[in-house]
Design a protein. Sequence first.
Lengths: 470, 107
Amino acid sequence: MKKRRIEFFSLCDFEAVEVHLSRMAARGWLLESAGQYWWTYRKAEPQKLTYAVTYFPEASSFNPEPPEEQRVFYDYCAAAGWHLAAEWHQMQIFYTAEDNPPPLETDEALRLETIHKAMNKNFLPSQLIMLALAVWQLLNQRNSFLRDPAGFLSSSSNLLSVSLWLLLALLTVWTAAGYYLWYRRSRKAVDEGGTCARAGFAARRAGSLLFLCISLMFLVLVVLSIEPRFRLLVVLVGMCPVVLGIALALGIKNGLKWAGIPGKTGLKVAIALSIVACLIVTGLVLTGLPHLFESGIFERPAAELYTQTLPDGSTHTWELYRDTLPLTVEELDESVSFVHYSYERREQESFLLGYLYGSQDVRDIGSEAPSLAYEVLTAKWPPLYDTCRDAYLDSFASQLNADEIPGYEPYRWASADAEIWGAQEAWLLFRGDEPQGQYLVCRGDKILRLWYDGLLTDAQIRTAAEKLLS
Amino acid sequence: MAREKYQTLTEQMFYILLSLRAECCGVDIMEKVLAMTRGRVRIGPGTLYSLLDSFLKEGLIRETGAEGRRRSYLITDEGAGRLSAERERLQLLICDYERFGGEGETI
């Protein structure tokens, strides 16, 4: 009979591993294999075993089998009465049933040097690569955020993805920093004739557990804020790059091992393939998802198809949506009675931001019926309010200055009468001195951006404010 | 460089080099040192492997033969010189102790 357990040992936490395994043996569970978190035990008679951990820097989880030198090392240990239980990267775990067994390591300075060599070989570079990958992903996310803060913050899948990459980055920093602190303490102790530092890892494990619990709670919070019918899809999309990336990396490593590729070559190939695989997965998600949405696979079916016949006999077919909108052209102007409008509504929400988009659009070519569109942001976290408002105000910041091209007139926001809107602030978009029918209004926790064909009258403004900003 | 790295030898290093004044299989060194020191000095297999590997790279010992994974080693002239230098250093320590640590001269 076997069982698997999650163990939160650090690769250099040898003393805790030794004590833990001896206790497990006394309870009738012998270690069979060890990994980053999952350790496998097999049932046996309870027995008094002494476990000892040593490090073999040349060991690699990419080796299909232990190389010759490692087997010589095992022979030395066997001659001293130690039997190999399992290995985890460079960590070699031995056990013996002898009373008062000879220690595996009898020189603390050499032991520390061996541990440090082992950490530099695999553990620390892998932490660095994971950190680099996480930072690269976070920078990508940052660019997406800067381009469209409202769209980014109101998307739970984006928030989930950012959370996962941020947690990965923090975890790698925490783990690597923990090792360096231990190494410095051990170096000092050994130089003074003592032994490698042992204190601190229990606290570190407790810290890691606490960190993971807080992270899990945060992720649950993000997931629960997603509308239930989209929850599973958003979780899959948000976690897809992370989970697929890790699964691919592990699959590549095991595949190379199974194919018998030697350790050093396998490591280089695995790193290269893993980076390529992660880039492909991220690229697929970033570029494929918009296409997926544009394909209409997630969209509700259009209410009707309408075919317009032009004077020259050509025809155009339009899809007309019939979503319910909080504000329509007819409510702004009762004289409008165009029948071929498309009423489209999109909403998304996270625990930080709510986003509503409404559009009443004229698809007919040549029609003079007015169009209306608006975005309403609801900032659930007040510090985001200014960020989103400023993003709207800066939306024309990259346009050319008027001096650069003769006759070119840049867009600019100018303060408008906020009182009519019942708002704190309001702006109207101008092009040169020409007012455009675009408004930006801040009222309470809501930010409204509205486009209309023509300037709104005071009455229309009051109607829009009542329908969209209440 | 052997001189810089092994300026002084630890007890483990000293006895490994001493035991290799005669050709000896690596795996037998632990028992040999235990016997030489009457059980006083124990060399762990992890420590033994690391030091043999290090001594080989530094040229203090050489591999003389191998039967499968059983490899034999012998100290080199460089290693013998290092061992001799350590002996002299320890002798100096003993002399200084006898002069100043007992009832002899005082500073």
